[in-house]
Design a protein. Structure first.
Length: 218
């Protein structure tokens, strides 16, 4: 009877050992499978990260290319727009000289656009030059009415007499600054400099100075 019990115990122990070995082998295989799956998932995530990074880099390069192209087109457009503004506003000059100075179209001695003058290695360009019997008007036309443009024009006006033909240098010289739109502070700044300030209005160019404003002779 005791032999049978010992035999059964031995058999149970062997079965437990075999089961334990199989379980260890199962868990080892499971761990290897999980590690393989983890590595594959890691590789997949790394490939996705690289692909996403490459896509972002390509998108960045394309965006930079588009910005460069847009800036190039804006540059061309700005240049064309500046010329277009001059072409649109300069024909209103006779209205300006008649409104401000009472010099009718018939009394204008000379009117020229994009006048370039050189003297002793220096040069100056006038967008519009108008000569009446009693004065000369120089008009600066810009696509934007910025205060710094007005300031630069004032400095130009201080030297303009040197670039006029000899027969006009004894006449008073007045300056007019024109743009499609002028803010009130820019108009006020121009007035303080003695400039006639012009912007698009009911006539194509409308005088924006305050009532009673007297232009300054340079």
């Amino acid at each position: 009877m005791s032999v049978d019990v010992e035999t059964r115990i031995s058999q149970v122990e062997q079965a437990v050992l075999q089961l334990t070995a199989r379980m260890e082998e199962f868990f080892e295989r499971l761990e290897r499978a999980l590690e393989k799956e983890r590595q594959e998932r890691q590789r997949s995530l790394e490939e996705e990260r690289r692909a996403r990074q490459q896509a972002l880099e390509e998108e960045r390069r394309e965006r930079e290319r588009q910005i460069r192209e847009m800036n190039r087109q804006w540059g061309h457009l700005a240049a064309k727009y500046g010329t277009l503004v001059e072409d649109l506003l300069s024909p209103s000059t006779p209205y300006v000289v008649e409104t401000v100075f009472g010099c009718s179209r018939e009394n204008i001695l000379e009117q020229a656009e994009r006048v370039r003058r050189r003297k002793q290695g220096r040069s100056m360009e006038f967008d519009v030059l108008v000569v009446c019997p009693d004065f000369v008007l120089i008009m600066e036309i810009k696509s934007q009415g910025r205060a710094e443009y007005v300031k630069a024009f004032v400095e130009k006006m201080k030297q303009a007499r040197d670039f006029l033909p000899e027969e006009y240098r004894a006449l008073p010289i007045y300056g007019a600054f024109a743009a499609p739109h002028l803010d009130a502070d820019v108009i006020a700044f121009g007035e303080r400099q003695g400039l006639i300030m012009l912007a698009v209005g009911l006539p194509l160019l409308e005088v924006k100075n305050s009532p009673g404003f007297q232009p300054k002779a340079f």
